[in-house]
Design a protein around this ligand. Structure first.
Ligand code: GDP
Ligand code: MN
Length: 378
């Protein structure tokens, strides 16, 4: 789950990190009022995409009148397909330098890794391409967490040699690390973290991604969700309590159980096919859930064929079959579907499906082979 900049800023502030003052406005008049309290401001579109600055979504305003005018321009603007409904009106900061700092989870080393660069202000992927040596990484100790001496080392590595500055940077890095752990984030990023004219550091823009699988531990975050930037299919999947990940292939997969779903994708690939998604309908899914799953798969225009692989345990074959029949009645698009249904109530399932135009398969290998064939022909 992605947070808006203003929400991330609130969290940073709660952890005592130096963020800029100001507030959120939904109208130009509100922006003007905020500017009257704050002084010179920067008006920033609150949409969940990067590069708002380049897209014209970040603008400075010296006076309340200007703030009103600029906010009026930015509100309602379309940035990468998202309409700006809120702006952050933040105190404008003068600075000498932009730095990058973030905490991420490095799956390779299974560590939380701090990333810093003296080349802030631009997206880190850009720096990785043009000047990879400018990116410094440091893994936190999994048992002890990020140590202060490590955080200071990171400061030195990006050229912050002034001891006061290095200390402040280290404190901010430790704060980011703490936020990362305590909110179950997958990314906490400050970009830019600026060095102001007086030499102190301040976060001008921040970004937090939360791990969806850990959200049950943070009920208070649920209200922060903005679904505007989320792919429609993932939204629907969450509403129906399905685990769904879109991929680039053309074979839709509907499977019960994460392990079986991965095995199914492997076998599809073994026969030369490319899965269009990972989808786990979970244990004990009823007809309604199955119908929702099939609809999500078919809403992807890339999908040329569907493989339904159900191993009935708690999940009952007849329920799955009913769901398929129900979904077929609603869907706007028909593609060839191969079904492998074994286990609990598989015979009843097969009877229910007999009239539907589906391609039966008795083993996973056979099913994968058939679906790859029909996807090619489609
Ligand atoms: P992003 O483009 O979506 O990452 O939005 P940012 O909030 O990072 O803003 C982009 C750029 O606008 C920054 O890199 C700065 O150059 C500039 N900017 C943002 N806030 C301020 C500010 O308070 N003062 C000044 N002078 N520039 C700012
Ligand atoms: Mn930024």
């Amino acid at each position: 789950m992605k947070l808006h900049e203003y929400q991330a800023r609130d969290i940073l502030q709660k952890y005592g990190l130096p963020v800029t003052g100001g507030g959120v406005a939904t109208t130009a008049a509100e922006a003007r009022q905020l500017a009257e309290q704050v002084g010179k401001v920067v008006i920033k579109a609150q949409v969940q995409v990067g590069g708002r600055g380049k897209a014209g979504g970040v603008k400075l305003a010296d006076t309340p009148e200007q703030a009103e005018e600029v906010a009026g321009q930015i509100l309602g603007m379309d940035i990468k397909g998202l309409t700006v409904e809120k702006v952050l009106v933040a105190e404008a900061i003068e600075y000498q330098k932009e730095i990058y700092l973030s905490a991420i989870l490095d799956r390779g080393t299974k560590r939380i890794v701090m990333i810093a660069s003296a080349e802030g202000g631009v997206e880190i992927e850009e720096v990785a391409k043009t000047n990879p040596d400018a990116i410094k990484k440091l893994a936190a100790d999994p048992a002890l967490g990020l140590q202060e001496f490590q955080a200071r080392e990171l400061a030195f590595s990006i050229g912050l040699t002034d001891s006061k500055q290095a200390r402040q940077f280290a404190n901010i890095a430790m704060g980011i690390y703490k936020i990362f752990v305590e909110t179950d984030a997958s990314l906490v990023e400050i970009n830019p973290l600026v060095i102001k004219n007086d030499g102190t550091l301040q976060a001008l823009d921040s970004k937090i991604l939360l791990d969806d699988s850990a959200l049950f531990r943070h009920k208070d975050f649920e209200s922060l969700r903005d679904t505007a930037g989320e792919p429609e299919a993932e939204l629907k999947a969450r509403e129906s309590d399905l685990t769904f990940i879109k991929l680039d292939g053309n074979i839709g997969c509907m499977v019960n159980g994460a392990g079986l779903a991965m095995a199914t994708m492997d076998v599809v690939k073994m026969f030369g096919g490319e899965p269009a998604n990972f989808l786990d309908i979970g244990g004990g899914a009823n007809a309604q859930k199955v119908a929702a799953a099939l609809n999500i798969i078919l809403s992807d225009p890339n999908v040329k064929a569907v493989l339904i692989n159900i191993f009935g345990g708690i999940t009952r074959g007849d329920e799955v079959a009913k769901g398929i029949v129900a979904a077929l009645e609603q869907v706007s698009r028909q593609v060839p579907m191969v079904v492998r249904l074994v286990g609990t109530n598989a015979e009843e399932g097969a009877r229910i499906l007999a009239d539907a135009k589906l391609i039966p398969a008795s083993s996973l290998g056979e099913a994968a082979q058939k679906v790859v064939e029909v996807a090619r022909g489609a």
